[in-house]
Ligand binder design. Structure first.
Ligand code: AMP
Length: 420
């Protein structure tokens, strides 16, 4: 223990658990790499206005949860609270939409920051894997992303998750609905804060989980009844493609999500073993975002999956990922001469592509064998003075317990053959 601790709402990833997080990141991104998505990485902070304009001034993320700072040079920056606005900004800046065919398909993985009230599954620093498909209005693209997220969760072995699906309409039909909803909400008995929300972001009032609010929302106008023909047809196509792919979803007309930029398709992956922070991932179409941040019209769709909550979901379902040991051979020298010889062998093994480690610190045979066991290595290589005099090392198979003398010169080839 030092004088310092990880800041409130954050936690460290340390071995051996950290391997699980790496495996989850890998599993969540694998279907994307296999589907034409290119890797993109953007800075951890951006001009604060990118988020206030893109994500929306009236959202909780921007109004309450952003970590903002003023640099010595006077720039107003924010730690990124989400990925979409940054990725779109970067794609526009690099002219990716002009260089090749549309859509531009990108995936990313990284840390995000929100000043939220910490609780299980809700942190101030968390990790997401995300995907964005920029510059095409095609229901198959919306379907593709949902199918790929479903595939990612399933390859991890998750089963107890549900896909919630909705359409938020577009710039033609949503305003008509918004007016009707505002009119309905203004008649209700609501507190000051919620009343303000009616003007700023009435769809978010539908999200209010408090029973006294939910009770009054019965009979509220439903967006589905206001969707224009184009939005209806688009949504039907997305639903049909999902059904054809065997992806089961639930229509959820209350799903509005916390960000302003969504249009048409929105979806969320919720896991039933996580309590109140049940969303493991979510996303949707954001046809207007590019123009909101000063770019050309580029209808797009994307999602972000939470790594932290996916790990919690695995734990909730009792799923142990099969994580192969990262070390294949562990070398244990007995004496000074053996130390030099085996250290050189470990280097040789590594250069030959065999994962190898070494008993550092000269702690004697017992301590060294403990380290060998803990490493999970399939083989240990032990050598003392007598072995070296004979030109051999003792190669022990930790699974079978078998031990054999192997000529020093033949060790690398022997190990490679046994591992193959
Ligand atoms: P959102 O952009 O809010 O839809 O976030 C996408 C996903 O990121 C969510 O479904 C969560 O899995 C994850 N996520 C969002 N906020 C947090 C947080 N504060 N702590 C942990 N995970 C989060």
């Amino acid at each position: 223990m030092s004088t310092f601790k990880a800041p409130k709402g954050t936690y460290d990833l340390t071995p051996p658990d950290s391997a699980k997080y790496l495996a989850v990141r890998e599993a969540l991104s694998a279907p994307l790499k296999n589907s034409g998505y290119g890797y993109i990485e953007t800075p951890g902070f951006e001009d604060v206005a990118l988020f206030s304009r893109g994500v929306g001034e009236s959202t909780d993320i921007v109004s309450k949860e952003m970590y903002t700072l003023t640099t010595k040079g006077g720039s107003e920056l924010a730690l990124r609270p989400e990925g979409t606005a940054s990725v779109l900004r970067a794609a526009l800046e690099a002219n990716l939409h002009k260089l090749g065919n549309l859509p531009v398909k990108l995936w990313y993985s990284g840390s995000y920051y929100r000043y939220e009230r910490p609780q299980k599954g809700r942190y101030r620093h968390f990790s997401q894997v995300g995907a964005e498909a920029i510059g095409a209005e095609d229901p198959a693209l919306d379907a593709e992303l949902i199918i790929l997220a479903d595939q990612a969760y399933r390859t991890l072995g998750l089963q107890n998750f549900r896909i919630l699906l909705n359409s938020l309409g577009d710039k033609e039909c949503r305003p008509v609905y918004r007016d009707a909803l505002q009119e309905f909400l203004r008649e209700l008995d609501l507190d000051e804060d919620t009343r303000r929300r009616i003007d700023l972001n009435p769809l978010r009032v539908l999200d209010d989980k408090r029973p006294e609010v939910q009770k009054q929302l019965v009979g509220a106008p439903v967006l589905r009844d206001y969707l224009c023909d184009a939005c209806k047809a688009y949504h039907e196509e997305v639903r049909d493609l999902l059904t054809a792919a065997g992806v089961v979803y639930e229509d959820d007309e209350k799903l509005v999500r916390g960000l302003d930029y969504y249009t048409r398709t929105t979806f969320e992956f919720v896991h039933d073993g996580l309590g109140s922070q049940s969303a493991v991932g979510g996303g949707g179409r954001y046809d207007g975002l590019s123009e909101m941040i000063g770019g050309p019209a580029l209808p797009s769709v994307g999602w972000a999956l939470g790594v932290d909550r996916t790990v919690l979901a695995l734990e909730a379902e009792g799923i142990e990922l099969e994580l192969p040991s990262s070390t294949s051979v562990f070398a244990v020298p007995l004496g000074e001469e053996a130390r030099r010889v085996l250290f050189a062998k470990v280097t040789e093994l590594r250069r030959a592509g065999v994962a190898a480690d070494f008993a550092f610190g000269g702690r004697g045979l017992k301590g060294a064998m403990k380290s060998a066991n803990r490493s999970g290595a399939r083989f240990t290589v032990v050598a003392g003075e007598r072995d070296l005099a004979d030109g051999v090392v003792q190669l022990k198979d930790m699974e079978s317990g078998e031990q054999q003398a192997v000529a020093l010169d033949a060790l690398v080839a022997e190990v490679q053959q046994k591992l193959a």
